[in-house]
Design a protein around this ligand. Sequence first.
Ligand code: DQQ
Length: 583
Amino acid sequence: MRTSFISALGLYAVLIGCGVFFGGVEFGDSTPMKGQPYRTAYHFQPPKNCINDPNGPMYYKGIYHLFYQYNPNGPLWNMKTTWAHSISYDLINWVHLDHALNPTHPYDINGCWSGSITILPGDKPAILYTGKDRETHESQNLAIPKNLSDPLLIEWVKSAHNPIMTPADDIGPLFFRDPTTAWQGPDKRWRVIIGSQINGHGTAILYTSEDFVNWTRSESPLYSSNRTGMWECPDFYPVSVKGIGKGRETKYVLKASLPGFNLQDHYVMGNYDPQTDIYVVDADFMDSALQLRYDYGRFYGSKSFLDSGKDRRVLWGWIEETDSKSADIEKGWSGLQSFPRTVSISKSGKQLTQWPIKEIEKLRSEEVNIHDTELEGGSVLEVVGITASQADVEVSFVLPNIEEAEMIEQNLVDPQLLCSKNQASVKGLVGPFGLLVLASKDLTEQTAIFFRIFRSHSKYVVLMCGDQSRSSLTYDVEKTTYGAFVDVDPASETISLRSLIDHSIVESFGGGGVTCITGRVYPKLAIDNEAHLYVFNNGTQSVKISKLSAWSMKEAQFVQYRNEENLFSNYDEQQRKILFENF
Ligand code: DQQ
């Protein structure tokens, strides 16, 4: 403990005075783009330009920090990214600060790419990030706050020792990026993993260090898999499995973002021995019966952090646009962050459960409820009384005629394909039933999130689909139908669905959050007050709504901090109250 504390102090001494880099580029006018139907109201977005991966989220001295990949020069992704920086007291309302890292040095002149934050002993945050050099080669670099007494940590200083990790010969210079949050082993050495591919196989390269500046590559990677190619943005963290049996109290999750699989975030779970750094997975990537992914729609480059204030793990993911590049240029922006989700182990212990953080509830306004209502086969029921373009909906279904479900051979079918062949308009027996969101009054436009129940041998199988085939009258947007199985037993429990609807994003959580599907949609008719919400059942068998609650959602507050002014001076009383009520 003592050694690392002294080393950490040493690190700060080395860094301070090595040159200061102000996040000089600001967002400019932060007035929301009114009249733009696809801007969101409560998902995280800067005022303009392109954002992608969340970087270095942390909770530090009562404040949440979110850094993220940002192109200050335009609405499309560009290699020369900066680390933009925003802070919040509640993960809902945000203040945009100056950029924390800009491409300024030979080792990062072509971009400050993704990375993480580690809070070193003595409450000292340190950024590890990937720099792209003149040849676009990748290395890992270190930065720390210029002034630890600044509660907002606005200015960051790059280490004079950068680059602190460069790829050895067996690692391609373009396959060495996105350091995780570091952790300390029992020997007090720091460990960190870097995303890579070696001989075409996805790999988490392990480095260790005593002082956070000098790093040594371990002989073996933490894990690698020949079922995948390059791993971007790896994440590695413990989850408590207390009370779920098998003697252990902790499992470790390893997540990899897979560019070779159409930008999907997959994870594995396993046992990690901190003495030996041996990580043994329960099943390899894509090898478990459940094909573990955070989200079976659009969700990529994600990163989690431990929220020590509330003792929970919170996950952010980049939700990219699925409209055309020319539409992004016209909009002036692209990319969103998911609504922050808590991550924990599912009841079965076989996968993770994700759920919107509880703070979301303070955005809820008008509420409508439906109880114990039968939905006959072929019926559509409108949920009226809320703003359907900006809503939070929770519904649970009971299936009185479940034994009528069709047969499938679960092991032989691809759930996404099954959903594509059986979209919401295709009649079934038990299902499709679920929600039609961002729907026009005449239903020509609709995004359907629904379930279909099958029987496979002696058990029931729940399929969850996100059908965007009729989401927009516009042609040049993606209209994928997503699908995944939900590990719940519909014979003994209700089937729940929660959808966060926010103008052009629909984040859905099936079975209490064991299966998530996020989509981006761009309706032409179903915008703002013209959007409607329905519950539907297109099966022959009736289903029962056990309970449905839906809320209109208020807008989250996003404000721009200007360096030259007092942080609070340009807020009106209402904004101050919203931002600081939890402080
Ligand atoms: N995005 C960053 C990279 C990362 C990729 C560049 C993943 O560091 O590998 O913007 O989306």
